[in-house]
Design a protein around this ligand. Structure first.
Ligand code: SAH
Ligand code: SF4
Ligand code: F3S
Length: 446
């Protein structure tokens, strides 16, 4: 038996979106009072949690192959008389909980995204080897209320304000895995932000599957104003937004609120009106272009990122070309692009005209070449500019610091005096696809 007083080792592997990153942090917070200390390797962990993603087939497959790898560690530890509890959390757990239990006997516990506050109890039960399975039959509100205070580990933090989705894009599993839209009350969000600020956080990224659909007793724009009123918080971001929720009030706020970073992640998915309709995105290409135009009118230095799917059922070459044209017209500072992946239970999975993998592959290559060129050009365009950089830690080499530009670019610069959490003006001297290099200007700025 293990010594009850010895620290227990916890390994969490996170897949998927920022919601999962946030949830993993919260799981760590809920387990640390029980003596769990995070370890970087699964080999010697007492508890392994895979926080899974169901969005595309590949993401789901990864989970099963990772479980396969864990089996060997678990068997070895059992032979040493130690044991290892394996818990599957996240969206695959929610969607395929029973299947996991049936397919993977080494899994002790399955827990859906709304039930993480129950983890201590579930793990205790799993340790008693009752072969338990539990999915989310709790509300999101209960989860938020029951989780302990945040323990941020840096000057930037995620803050989840909204979960779930009622939009039902025809390709997407999220409405099924995360359930109906739920917004946390404004007062709770502000209290959490204040507590993060008191612990040294300077930059907050508000999270939600449809973050700008927030309706927790205030509009999303109102929430942003309240947040901007907190003196410790210097920078605010939010993701992921839906184009149809970009209200006039929110767009104009990008022009008037300096704490709101000039960088917006706004998924477009396709540039073809017919495909957008088949996707049930509830807007067309012109609507998206109009938002971008109005955003750039109030905030000329705004940059954009997006999500795009190629090879949605029925997508023709011409319709794909419409996506390429939209990308050329809008120009993105960065983007995520994916081959359409048919997901069980979603309407698009049974649509006619499924596109061959070969065609999807070709389209993705062409699209990514264009997006890569735009991202590289955007980064190169920063060279010579002086950007306010939030210092987040030490750089790669001695005498270097690392930080974040307003556009989320990672910046390495020469300096020894700046402290984490400072915002310093850095003259950008070099760029690559993913990061910038810089130095402090010789003359101090006013
Ligand atoms: N709530 C967000 C994003 C959700 S998932 C939004 O509405 O934009 C993140 C991205 O994964 C999506 O924007 C979409 O581009 C991609 N995605 C979702 N389902 C997919 C599928 N079945 N196949 C390929 N990509 C998908
Ligand atoms: Fe999925 Fe659409 Fe909801 Fe985004 S808005 S989570 S893509 S259903
Ligand atoms: Fe994946 Fe679930 Fe996020 S399916 S993208 S982890 S909401």
């Amino acid at each position: 038996m293990t010594d009850a007083r010895a620290p227990k080792r916890l390994f969490i592997e996170t897949y998927g979106c920022q919601m999962n990153v946030y949830d993993s942090e919260r799981m760590r917070d809920v387990l640390s009072p029980l003596g769990y200390v995070v370890t970087k390797k699964p080999d010697d962990a007492d508890l392994v949690i895979l926080n899974t993603c169901h969005i595309r087939e590949k993401a789901t497959e990864k989970v099963y192959s990772e479980i396969g790898r864990l089996r060997a560690h678990k068997e070895r530890r059992q032979a040493e008389g130690k044991g290892m509890t394996i818990a599957i959390a996240g969206c695959v757990a929610q969607a395929e909980g029973e299947e996991i239990i049936a397919r993977a006997p080494e899994v002790d516990l399955v827990v859906g995204p709304q039930a993480y506050h129950k983890l201590p109890e579930l793990i205790a039960r799993a340790a008693r080897k009752t072969g338990e399975r539990l999915a989310a039959d709790f509300t999101a509100q209960e989860k938020f209320d029951a989780l302990p205070a945040r323990a941020p580990d840096g000057v930037t933090a995620f803050l989840s304000i909204q979960e779930g989705c009622d939009k039902f894009c025809t390709f997407c599993v999220v409405p099924y895995t995360r359930g109906a839209e739920f917004s946390r009350p404004l007062a709770d969000v502000i209290a959490e932000a204040r507590s993060l600020a008191n612990k040294g956080v300077r930059e907050i990224t508000l999270l939600g599957q449809n973050v700008n659909a927030y309706h927790g007793g205030a509009t999303f724009a109102d929430l942003l104003s309240e947040l901007a009123g907190l003196s410790g918080i210097a920078r605010i971001r939010y993701m992921t937004s839906h184009p149809i929720e970009m209200t006039d009030e929110l767009i104009s706020m990008h022009g008037s609120e300096p704490k709101l970073m000039p960088y917006l992640h706004l998924p477009v998915q396709s540039g073809s009106d017919r495909i957008l309709k088949a996707m049930n995105r509830k807007h067309d290409g012109a609507f998206y272009r109009d938002i971008i135009g109005r955003l750039r009118a109030v905030r000329p230095d705004a940059a954009l990122s997006t999500d795009i799917i190629v090879g949605f059922p029925g997508e023709t070459e011409k319709e794909f070309e419409a996506t390429m044209q939209l990308v050329r017209d809008v120009t993105f500072a960065s983007a995520f692009s994916f081959k359409y992946s048919a997901r069980p239970g979603t309407p698009a999975a049974s649509m006619m005209g499924q596109v061959s993998d070969e065609a999807k592959h070709e389209r993705l290559q062409a699209l990514q070449a264009l997006l890569f060129a735009q991202q590289t050009a955007f980064n190169a365009a920063q060279v010579g500019r002086t950007l306010p950089v939030l210092v987040t830690g030490d750089g790669r080499r001695p005498g270097q610091k690392h930080g974040r530009s307003p556009y989320l670019q990672s910046v390495h610069f020469n300096d020894t005096s700046a402290r984490n959490g400072d915002i310093v003006d850095v003259r950008i001297t070099g760029s690559s696809q993913n990061s910038l290099a810089g130095e402090l200007p010789v003359l101090a700025t006013a």
